[in-house]
Design a binder for this molecule. Structure first.
Ligand code: BGP
Length: 488
């Protein structure tokens, strides 16, 4: 039942979100094993154009390991959060964060993914981080898998394409649930679980070319099935191990509009949305939705399931639904429309009513209200916006100030719409802005695509002092939190 609200609840969780591979660095310290993210090179924009740098090949990985290629891997170094977490968390506390979303790097706990015992030094690191958050009364929100699979699992088993990963993941989850059960109440199993169909390597450590005779989608949906089962099993575990726990799924909500009112366009947009919501359907409703059947048939996608999989998925659905929201897209069946760049939906075309970011992502605050209402109506589970923000170039003035009014405008308009959704009756647990501190971009491996309230002095080539400084948006967001979203 929807209820009437005036605005954000007293205990609304305001904060920011990061991922281990984009901030921590220390990729080979203290027993950490290599992860899939450590293999993604920085390809300069001139060479890459607007395409994403998220996939690597089996051949490339072997060459890197043999020392035969000399690329730069920014995700190995992040912003050195491994050593600066105290300073950074103090800044988050100054911002007034109620929640901080971070991920545990699986390879820091189980360096090869299938090790017998966990790496105690890795576990200690997160103890320290979580204790530091607790010190300031900041609630941790922890993602178990955020685009970082132990590389050894990719080389040995082809990542999540193999069913064997389910057991390794369960062991990893059980280890961290038991260890942090008094420290972490909010968990997310897989970050943007749907992205595996766009980038099987980033989403699941899967090297498609190693599976002969299958298309990328055939491979990716099989891997996604293994993640669904794993997610359900660890949701069960969390419920057994941690009192008052809340476990969420997470998708990149790719809200899609029909470009015109042509019924074929409306149908196409609906199908595109369904492909996206397939993932929340499985994890929130506990079953494969019938709307995917025809698509699977047409693409010749046959999911190999084991007996009991459907029951597991049905029985252990998530407690809440979280999602990232950056942009919306439009699709058409007609022969018109200018293509947009930098979008995971290949057929996306420009929406003339929307402006775009420097990376071609269209800015659509109203879309966040639509996304929230849709998801709530569909699943009737609490929602959590765990990523939203504007990747932009920042300029440091001579006096060191950074005037990022464009970021304030973006966030302010989105939070305004989020507030409208709450007034519409949507149950929203919280909001964690993406990259509250500048970090390495996921899709481009660049530093210059910045999201932060806190600036980090490091350029795309990895040069800089790593010094932190506050942007104008820092003071703005601090006030948003202080006034519980009243002052935008
Ligand atoms: C999401 C990811 C994040 C992240 C963000 C922004 O898809 O979960 O890891 O980085 O997008 O993307 P980018 O860094 O490519 O701008």
């Amino acid at each position: 039942m929807k209820s009437q609200h005036d605005g954000f609840s007293e205990n609304f969780l305001w904060g920011g979100a990061t991922a281990a591979n984009q901030v921590e660095g220390a990729y080979n310290l203290d027993g950490k094993g290599l992860s899939t993210a450590d293999m993604i090179p920085h390809i300069p924009k001139e060479k890459r154009g607007n395409s994403f740098a998220m996939d690597v090949t089996a051949d490339y990985i072997e060459k890197v390991l043999a020392g035969e290629v000399q690329d730069r891997y920014p995700k190995r170094h992040g912003i050195d959060f491994y050593h600066t977490y105290k300073e950074d968390i103090a800044l988050f506390a100054e911002l007034g964060f109620k929640v901080f979303r971070l991920s545990i790097n699986w390879a820091r706990i189980f360096p090869n993914g299938d090790d017998k015992a966990p790496n105690e030094v890795g576990l200690k690191f997160y103890d320290h981080v979580l204790d530091e958050l607790r010190k300031y009364n900041i609630e941790p929100l922890v993602t178990l898998s955020h685009y970082e699979t132990p590389l050894a699992l990719t080389r040995k088993y082809n990542g999540w394409y193999s069913r064997e990963l389910i057991g390794f993941f369960e062991k990893y989850a059980e280890t961290v649930f038991k260890r942090y059960k008094d420290k972490v109440k909010y968990w997310i199993t897989f970050n943007e679980i749907n992205v595996i169909t766009h980038s099987p390597y980033t989403g699941g450590g899967v090297l498609v070319e190693k599976v002969k005779g299958k298309t990328k989608e055939q491979v990716a949906y099989q891997a996604a099935h293994h993640q669904f089962v794993a997610s359900a099993l660890v949701t069960k575990l969390a419920h057994e191990i941690i009192p008052d726990v809340s476990v969420g799924c997470m998708i990149a909500r790719m809200l899609t509009y029909p470009a015109t009112n042509h019924p074929e366009d409306i149908l196409k947009a609906r199908q595109q949305n369904n492909k996206n919501l397939f993932f929340t359907n499985v994890q929130a409703k506990g079953e494969y939705p019938s709307f995917i059947n025809r698509y699977f048939q047409e693409q010749n996608i046959v999911i190999e399931k084991e007996q009991g999989d459907d029951e597991i998925i049905k029985k252990h659905t998530v407690d809440y639904i979280s999602f990232s929201y950056y942009t919306s897209t439009s699709v058409t069946t007609q022969e018109h429309g200018e293509k947009v760049t930098g979008n995971l939906i290949k057929s996306a075309i420009k929406n003339r009513h929307l402006e775009t970011s420097d990376w071609g992502w269209q800015i659509d605050p109203v879309g966040i209200r639509i996304a929230l209402n849709d998801l709530y109506d569909l699943y009737k589970k609490p929602l959590f916006i765990v990523e939203n923000g504007l990747g932009a170039y920042d300029k440091v003035e001579e006096n060191g100030e950074i005037h990022d009014q464009y970021r304030i405008d973006y966030l302010s308009k989105h939070i305004q719409q989020m507030k409208e959704a709450v007034k519409d009756g949507v149950e929203l647990l919280g909001y964690t802005a993406w990259g509250p501190i500048d970090l390495v971009s996921m899709s481009t491996s660049e530093m210059s695509k910045r999201y932060g309230f806190i600036y980090v002095d490091q350029d795309d080539d990895g040069n800089g002092t790593l010094k932190r400084s506050k942007k104008d948006s820092f003071y703005w967001y601090q006030n948003v939190i202080k006034t519980n979203g009243e002052s935008l």
